[in-house]
Design a protein. Structure first.
Length: 585
């Protein structure tokens, strides 16, 4: 029997309080479509999220489902550890699985299996997070979760199966089959000695819960758990299991020395009262209010332990009851943690336990690009090209992680004395299509309407080129102080209105820029997303290099539409006069 452990073993660092064991094998099948992973951060880590274990089972009708199961367990364990501490483990795990579900769904929709999900990127999933004196259980499909406590075993998961009209059983729920994830989430108290077992149906349908109890009840070390997992798989195989064999066991071996934190019933840290300069929150002293809106307040804060400065964001009192808004703020820390790029804002450091709801980012020195434009007027082409190069690099880093920024505008860009830019504010961003503030019955425009692409107003699914549109509009604005469509984009509600949008050439403003630069910006912010550049790098290249396709004299209607229509009116008037004279004769 060939043992497989689909995980980087270096990521598994055992601690005194939690131990784990695992085993996975293809059994009598040609391919192992199961996957398991367990991640237990060291107690010395300043930002511990607890211990995570996950198991996934690919559907047998698909030839690619093993990739789905590998992706699901890898992302669940890795991404959960990046999420914000303002989320409880249960809410953070749920948000991560919602994103994973959309990723798998998108992989199928962009593959040859788009018309047959039974052959696509689909898998069942079961996971457990031991954190904050709680066990958080997640289930989607027909894998099983058991708990052993005081020599008794309990089954904590439901089998998501249904029967057709002929009585044949089929899988009714899994990751990657529908956009609206149906997930069972449970949160139960955690006691010392609790052992949680996650197993696929290749094991649970061929050995009983009592047999599992006999194998795991007295395991007191990682080696014993590992051996019990292997023996469970061997027993299932001996009992004629014809499926893959996968099992993972994770045990709260000793008391967790970390401080217990209280979360609300909705899964957030308690919301702070109204804050003002001089207040101290945890180890942060508020020294300056940077911004206040109807959505949130930003404070520059001083870390009393390290002396470092950071930016603290807290939700406005009027929106503290809006869960989607709180999710937006929490999501920002998660997405920033995914990206390590000098032109993208970094996450702020919090060395102690957080007790109330706030998020932290680094304090970026400089002024906003909006303030620069207010102080200096229009930028020249050389400056805009330098800025565009940096912003394309920043957006490329975001897009490579599946992140759409969705709020690119001068207010969200910092510029220092050396002309270096940093992209701020991922509060409106989406991750692999997951819109954290999206409502099914309300059209949501995540960014500023002057920069948002038309597809948002039409309710279409945004793509990478939606960020390109906003970047091109901002480039246009930096050069001219105006906008290519004024406020017309926000008024678009159907395709007919979309096709009526007319780009106003920068050459109308008597700017000394080449025709091909104006044409490049025009293409990057085409109303029809299918007509924009295929990539940001193409847009950037054409902003620096003459594209032969644009090296032409623009027609009069584009160079000077007012003069064009004046001439048209004059010609029509002349024709009317000629016609009148002819008829009078």
């Amino acid at each position: 029997m060939q043992s497989m452990y689909k995980n980087n073993k270096d990521a598994l660092t055992m601690t005194a309080d939690v131990i784990a064991g695992f085993y996975t094998s293809r059994g009598n099948k040609a391919v192992n479509q199961d996957s398991v992973k367990c991640t237990i951060p060291a107690l010395t880590e300043s930002r511990s999220k607890g211990a995570v274990a996950a198991i996934a089972d690919g559907i047998s009708s698909s030839q690619v489902s093993q990739h789905a199961s590998d992706l699901a367990v890898m992302l669940f364990c890795d991404e959960y550890l990046r999420t914000s501490d303002v989320w409880s483990a249960a809410r953070a795990g749920t948000k991560v699985l919602e994103v994973i579900n959309l990723q798998l769904l998108a992989k199928t929709q962009h593959s040859q299996y788009q018309d047959n999900f039974d052959q696509g990127f689909v898998c069942t999933f079961a996971g457990v997070i031991l954190a904050n004196k709680k066990a958080n259980l997640f289930n989607c499909g027909d894998s099983s979760i058991f708990r052993i406590r005081n020599s008794k075993i309990s089954h904590f998961s439901q089998q998501h199966r249904a029967a057709d009209e002929y009585g044949q059983q089929y899988l009714s729920n899994a990751l990657g089959i529908r956009s609206n994830l149906q997930l069972d989430v449970q949160q139960i108290d955690l006691a010392i000695g609790d052992c949680f077992i996650l197993a696929t149906d290749g094991i649970t349908e061929f050995i009983s819960a009592e047999q599992l109890l006999g194998l795991f009840a007295n395991c007191e070390s990682e080696q014993q758990l590992q051996y019990a997992c292997q023996k469970a798989a061997e027993l299932a195989l001996a009992n004629a299991s014809d499926d893959n064999l996968s099992i993972v066991a994770i045990k709260q071996h000793a008391a967790d020395p970390r401080e217990t934190v209280e979360y609300t019933s909705d899964g957030f840290l308690p919301l702070p009262d109204a804050l003002s300069v001089g207040d101290i929150v945890d180890n942060f002293k508020l020294i300056n209010q940077l911004h206040k809106s109807d959505r949130s307040s930003l404070f520059e804060v001083h870390n009393t332990l390290t002396g470092a400065t950071a930016v603290m964001k807290v939700p406005s009192l009027s929106l503290q009851a809006e869960l989607y808004h709180l999710d937006e703020l929490a999501k920002e820390e998660w997405l920033i943690a995914k990206v390590d790029h000098p032109r993208v804002v970094n996450r702020g450091h919090c060395e102690t336990t957080r007790h109330v709801f706030y998020t932290l980012t680094e304090r970026v020195q400089g002024i906003t690009l909006r303030q620069w434009l207010n102080d200096n007027g229009h930028a020249n082409l050389q400056q805009v090209r330098a800025w565009l190069t940096q912003l394309v690099s920043a957006l490329g880093a975001l897009h490579s992680k599946g992140i759409l920024h969705q709020d690119i505008r001068p207010e969200n860009i910092m510029i220092d004395q050396y002309d270096n830019l940093v992209l701020l504010d991922l509060g409106s961003a989406s991750l692999h299509g997951q819109q954290f503030s999206k409502s099914d019955d309300v059209l949501h425009i995540p960014g500023d309407m002057l920069y948002s692409a038309p597809e948002y107003f039409l309710g279409y699914w945004p793509e990478l080129s939606s960020d390109m549109f906003a970047l091109a509009v901002m480039t246009y604005h930096a050069l001219s102080g105006t906008y290519p469509y004024d406020t017309s984009v926000a008024k678009v509600s159907n395709l007919k209105e979309l096709h009526r949008l007319q780009y106003k050439s920068l050459l109308h403003n008597n700017l000394q820029i080449p025709v091909w630069v104006d044409a490049a910006i025009n293409k990057a912010c085409k109303p029809d997303m299918q007509k924009r550049y295929l990539s940001l790098s193409e847009f950037l290249f054409d902003m620096h290099n003459p594209n032969p396709a644009y090296n032409r004299v623009l027609p009069l209607i584009e160079r000077n539409p007012v003069l064009f229509w004046q001439l048209v009116s004059a010609v029509l008037a002349l024709l009317l006069i000629i016609n009148w004279v002819s008829s009078s004769e």
